[in-house]
Design a protein around this ligand. Sequence first.
Ligand code: BTN
Length: 264
Amino acid sequence: MTDNIIKEEITSLVNKKSSFNIIVLKTINSTNSYAKYLAKSGSPHETVVIADSQTEGRGRLGREFFSPEGTGIYMSILLKPEKIAIPMSFLTVAAGVAVCRVLNNISKTPAEIKWVNDIFMCQKKVCGILAEITNDSIKGTIDNIIVGIGLNVTTPDQVFPGKLGNVAGSVFPENISRNEIIAYIINELRTIYIENNIQKLIDEYKAYSLVLNKRINFTKNGETFTGTAIDINMEGNLIARLENGEKVVLKSGEISLGSENFTN
Ligand code: BTN
């Protein structure tokens, strides 16, 4: 099946009440970088940049996001803070929940979220999310939010380079095009930020969590800890209980599960 990314197909499937302006590119360095450039050049709320491949796809913590052509979804959704009610800090949580909803609808394999926002299927990372902002240098306020989503749809295991092959996997959905998946994710994300129900969002995020009630390892202020992930609070922070009973609140960063290291 040819599965080209086609603007008209995506547009025909996105919620008609939305104002999404879909831009499809064959290749780009990074859709997040391009969306930032568009944002600074005056592109409006709900501009979406999608590329068939990226030459410098970026992940969290300065990592690369492997983005080969023809088999993945690399997209960035530009949102303006003044147009959305949901607090900005929840957009990354919202994006994770939106992707999980879609993956759980199109695949029999459950999709789970490894805090903060990596999505796993069968213990392989299939999706990463990178939310970025731009600042208005005069007012000193945030003027754009860019929600970047990278999803491995049909990238074969052997194509992931080096050690990434141990960690990354693909969704391999049956009978569904990348255009449909893109439109469904966009629609779900919009539903969540229009609905603006934080309690419901966090409850759903927790239901998808791969880490809750599991033993985790993490570093905080340069020190390494082992504990149990016991909750995700209303700010989206992870609460861990250490072996001595002390509770630690993790706001960002990286955790690994038990003896297995899921970082990449
Ligand atoms: C991560 O795994 O740490 C986050 C990966 C985010 C990748 C996406 S792909 C689309 C957008 N453009 C980028 O350069 N990065 C994000």
